[in-house]
Design a protein. Structure first.
Length: 71
C-alpha cells in the first residue's frame, strides 16, 4: 500500500478521486493550496484508492497522509 503524503503544509483545495477509483501513475489525486499557490499531489503508482483522509478545506501539515493507494 502506498501512502500519499503532503510535501508541505497547506489547505486542501480539491480532491480529484473517490475511494474505490482506479488511478494511474502520475495522476493528480489532491491539490493543496499554500501561500496562494496550488500544489498538485500525484500518485507514483497505479492502483485503487483505498482511503482518502482529507476533505476540501482541511488544513494539513507536512508529511500528513492524504490518501492511500493499493497497487
Amino acid at each position: 500500500m502506498t501512502q500519499l503524503k503532503a510535501a508541505m503544509a497547506g489547505t486542501v483545495f480539491t480532491v480529484n478521486v473517490a475511494v474505490g477509483e482506479e488511478v494511474q501513475a502520475g495522476q493528480v489525486i489532491i491539490v493543496l493550496e499554500s501561500m496562494k499557490m496550488e500544489i498538485p499531489v500525484e500518485t507514483e503508482v497505479a492502483g485503487k484508492v483505498t482511503a482518502i483522509n482529507v476533505q476540501v478545506g482541511d488544513f494539513v501539515n507536512e508529511e500528513d497522509v492524504l490518501a492511500e493507494i493499493e497497487a
